[in-house]
Write a protein that binds this ligand. Structure first.
Ligand SMILES: *Cc1c(COP(=O)(O)O)cnc(C)c1O
Length: 366
């Protein structure tokens, strides 16, 4: 047989590893016959406080206009972001989640002749996007779960087009300092673009700021998302800021109307919600400390995190995941990351963290 669907498919399509996201509440409810209202999702680094109230209000108001196509380039959002971030609207590209921009970069710069550098435990989406475009992923070791920027610089060859560097990284929670990242960027040759993924930068005390490097003409794009601290993961919206020449190209490559009007409105509302962001940060800091103490008490090892989740070492992670799910708590197994002895647990509210710790204790004792 030479004409099955898979035989007819491009090999880059079939080479894509399957991405296994955290399980949705409704699916676990069905699988374990549980009431969805009692299920606690700590699997996808979502905001345990819910969505930004100002964002939700703006989203609801936009429902009246969904008979109309959205503004194609998210102009009003780019203008508001430009003011907030001290950049220009034409230096911004808005995506269907920042994952879309990761894919756009790979679609634009990666083919079978090119290499992309990622850390061995870096966010999976970079590898997926690279493989999907036929590129070669060069994986750099991450001792102590930390991106080693010297090793990344040394991995650059004439075939390198992209380096993906998330800080803090998902799923390790580790971050790199601004001076280290600046040093890396300044060492890069002209044919390499650094994609600096700032999905969790709002959780940092002192996030690296690469805007000056971009203005100085260094080849850098910074990604941010509304999925994490703003609590809008279901809206699918994020953005990149970069040199206007790169923004122009990415805007050409993306689909028209890639970001729906409700998501655009929600993000615009979210940008005004400073108190929600501040409160989310405070709850997260307290939650990290609470979980660290609780995990110590249970004798479980964890990796110090700068984000809104913790990487936790457990024996027989599959049994732990199943036990927690049976009790209505969803956490993230990390088999796809070659971290099968670890779980990633999103920080919750105080009550949620207590419930997780108590259930973990039951699991360990049982
Ligand atoms: C969650 C996450 C994103 C954001 O994804 P969206 O597509 O914006 O929801 C990007 N990078 C990393 C490292 C993440 O963990």
């Amino acid at each position: 047989m030479l004409n099955t669907y898979s035989e007819l498919a491009k090999h880059t399509a079939l080479a894509r590893p399957v991405y296994e996201p955290g399980k949705p509440i409704e699916i676990v409810a069905r699988e374990y016959d549980l009431d969805p209202d009692m299920i606690l999702k700590m699997a996808s680094n979502e905001n345990p406080l819910g969505a930004t109230p100002l964002g939700m209000k703006a989203a609801l108001a936009m429902l009246d206009s969904v008979n109309l196509y959205p503004e194609n380039s998210s102009l009003f959002l780019r203008e508001a972001l430009a003011l907030k971030r001290g950049v220009s609207p034409d230096e911004l590209v808005i995506g269907h989640g920042s994952s879309e921009i990761i894919n756009l970069l790979a679609e634009t710069y990666v083919d079978s002749e090119t290499e992309v550098i990622v850390g061995e435990y870096a966010f999976f989406a970079y590898k997926l996007a690279t493989i999907a475009n036929g590129g070669r992923c060069i994986e750099v070791a991450m001792p102590n779960f930390q991106h080693n920027l010297k090793a990344i610089a040394e991995a650059v060859t004439s075939a390198t087009r992209l380096i993906f560097l998330p800080s803090p990284n998902n799923p390790t929670g580790t971050a790199n300092s601004e001076s280290e990242v600046v040093e890396l960027v300044e060492s890069l040759p002209e044919h390499v673009i650094l994609c600096f993924d700032e999905a969790y930068s709002e959780y940092l005390d002192d996030p690296p700021d690469l805007r000056a490097l971009i203005k100085a003409g260094r080849k850098v794009i910074c990604l941010r998302t509304f999925s994490k601290i703003y609590g809008l993961a279901g809206m699918r919206i994020g953005y990149g800021y970069c040199h206007r020449d790169l923004a122009e190209i990415l805007n050409r490559v993306r689909f028209a109307f890639n970001v729906n009007s409700i998501a655009q409105a929600a993000a615009l509302g979210a940008l005004k919600d400073n108190s929600f962001v501040e409160h989310s940060r405070t709850i997260n800091r307290a939650g990290i400390v609470q979980l660290e103490k609780g995990l110590d008490f249970l004798g479980l090892e964890w990796v110090p995190s700068k984000a809104n989740f913790l990487l936790v070492r457990v024996e027989n992670s599959k049994r732990v995941v199943d036990f927690l799910q049976m009790k209505g708590i969803i956490v993230r197994p990390l088999n796809g990351y070659s971290l099968s002895d670890y779980l990633r647990i999103t920080v919750g509210t105080k009550g949620q963290n207590n419930r997780l710790l108590e259930t973990l204790e039951e699991c360990i004792d049982g």
